[in-house]
Design a protein around this ligand. Structure first.
Ligand code: CAP
Ligand code: MG
Ligand code: MG
Length: 499
């Protein structure tokens, strides 16, 4: 954390009542010593309270306390108090340390979030409270699953390296019969695409019964694999009314004869919940767990004063064991987002060690001074396959899934922003709105990726690739003004970065 010039908080400390004082320690020695989960919040106090009073109330409510000091507290319970340990008055930032013994044993992510972004988001003392970054100590990481089946395993299965995994979402989002749905999958796969996902609301609708959708997708996949000689993946949305039904849907897919690696389980992690994410991770360690984050905007949009950042959501998804999570298109696509949010989140969940907004997170479960873990970091930077046989030493990578208003003309722009190709991209309208339909939309996506990997400008490449040419003519002309504006802004940012 960049140390500000020491600001004087002594006046603020004097305003605290005895209960508030029990949740503040601005002299906390070595907060990264290993027994604390660390958080940085943007906090604006409600009028009548100062930032330290409000922060101490947040630390109380999100750990052991409530609005009055209680007679029932003990010496031990006080040990479990969260502590405000730093402030930045200029930026309305507060740092809070949580003894992670507070959290449910057995690696429960839902429990942590209930503490640190639970009741506190509803407290009267704050008019803004947003969790911007979080830091997990090595010893705590040992308690959590982390991903099992990763993007590296999917690459091995698909035999796809050196480029993003190219995917789509079947559109229209809803309303196709299972046969029509599978037809779209077939067209995308035979057009050259790798990966098809259900959309986030796809479930067991009467016009597209789950059982029939699975059966038709299997038929389409077998046909496409045979015709193309390439492996394919389908990500099935298994979000359900209850856990039994969720497992039933998973088993339906397994029993349909899909070979291991050819299917992923998609879960609407926010609306279905963290228990569903962790149940899938624990029941199906050999399957790619695809975290769709529908409704995340309520917590993450930058203009929203309450909630948490894309970075925080993504880090907890990795801790919970998601193999991949949507991390946004950094303003290039249709969803609100910025490089500062989306790219930082993507790097933080992909790499073994990278910088967040305030913390440098090493995903090593052994103390970072350990020379072994430093070797792992170097190996990871060289993009070797690490942790395959020594998961005990670190948390495996979680893949950014980049989607939302993208089309083949935007692929290079995003890769340049991302600074790498280690992600899955899914383009819905970006394929199915192609003037010649899905198959040629997929071909255009593949061609835009070929152009990128060969270092050829897509306009140049389009001269000899008609599907790409049609895509460029169509999407460039149809881009919404917002997208055009975004593209200009993002392009300017990328160019500036290059210098
Ligand atoms: C993309 C998508 C995804 C978004 C969600 C949609 O479709 O299917 O759900 O990616 O946003 O419904 O918008 P298009 P995010 O490709 O047709 O836009 O990935 O930011 O969570
Ligand atoms: Mg969708
Ligand atoms: Mg939640």
């Amino acid at each position: 954390m960049a140390k500000q010039k020491k600001q004087d908080f002594s006046k603020l400390v004097k305003t605290l009542n005895p209960k508030q004082k029990a949740y503040v320690n601005l002299k906390l020695r070595n907060p990264t010593r290993g027994d604390y989960l660390l958080c940085v919040f943007n906090l604006v106090p409600f009028k009548g309270a100062n930032i330290l009073q409000a922060a101490s109330e947040v630390a109380a409510e999100s750990s052991t306390g409530t609005n009055f000091r209680v007679k029932t507290e003990t010496a031990f319970s006080r040990e479990m108090n969260a502590l405000v340990y730093d402030l930045d008055l200029r930026r309305n930032l507060v740092w809070i340390a949580y003894p992670w013994r507070l959290f449910d044993r057995g690696g429960n992510v839902q429990n942590i979030l209930t503490y640190i972004v639970g009741n506190v988001l509803g407290m009267k003392e704050v008019i803004a409270l947003k969790l911007l970054d979080v830091w997990f100590p090595p010893a705590m990481l040992e308690q959590y699953d982390g991903p099992s089946y990763t993007l590296d395993d999917m690459r091995k299965y698909l035999d796809v390296y050196g480029r993003p995994i190219l995917g789509t979402i079947v559109k229209p989002k809803m309303g196709l019969t299972s046969a029509e749905y599978a037809e779209v999958c077939y067209d995308f796969w035979t057009g050259g695409g790798d990966f098809v996902k259900n959309d986030e609301p796809q479930a067991d609708q009467d016009f597209c019964p789950y059982k029939k959708m699975v059966k038709h997708v299997k038929f389409a996949m077998d046909k496409a694999v045979k015709e193309t000689g390439r492996k394919k993946v389908h990500s099935f949305n298994v979000s359900s009314p209850d856990f039994d039904t969720m497992i039933e849907r998973c088993e339906l897919i397994v029993d349909a004869g899909f070979e291991q690696g050819s299917y992923a389980f998609l879960i609407d992690g926010i609306t279905a919940g963290w228990m569903a994410v962790q149940t899938l991770r624990r029941r199906y360690p050999e399957v790619f767990i695809h975290f769709h984050r529908a409704a995340h905007g309520a917590f993450t949009r930058v203009e929203n004063p309450m909630g948490f950042s894309v970075l925080v959501l993504s880090k907890f998804a990795r801790l919970a064991g998601a193999s991949g999570i949507h991390t946004g298109t950094a303003g290039v696509g249709k969803m609100a987002g910025t490089p500062g949010e989306d790219i930082v989140a993507a790097h933080e969940i992909l790499r073994f060690k990278s910088k967040g907004h305030f913390f440098e997170q090493s995903w090593s479960k052994i103390p970072s001074r350990d020379k072994d873990s430093m070797r792992l970091v170097q190996e990871d930077l060289a993009h070797h396959l690490i942790l395959d046989d020594d998961e005990w030493r670190g948390v495996k990578k979680c893949s950014p899934i980049v989607s939302g208003g993208l089309n083949p003309t935007l692929l290079k722009l995003f890769i340049d922003l991302m600074g790498g190709v280690d992600f899955i991209t899914t383009m819905g309208a970006g394929c199915h709105a192609h003037p010649r339909g899905t198959k040629q939309g997929a071909a255009a996506l593949v061609q835009s990726c070929e152009a990128y990997t060969q270092g050829i400008d897509i306009q140049e490449y389009a001269k000899t690739h008609k599907e790409l040419k049609l895509a460029i003519d169509f999407f460039e002309s149809k881009q919404s003004n917002v997208a055009k504006l975004n593209k200009k802004v993002v392009k300017k940012k990328t160019v500036k970065k290059k210098k």
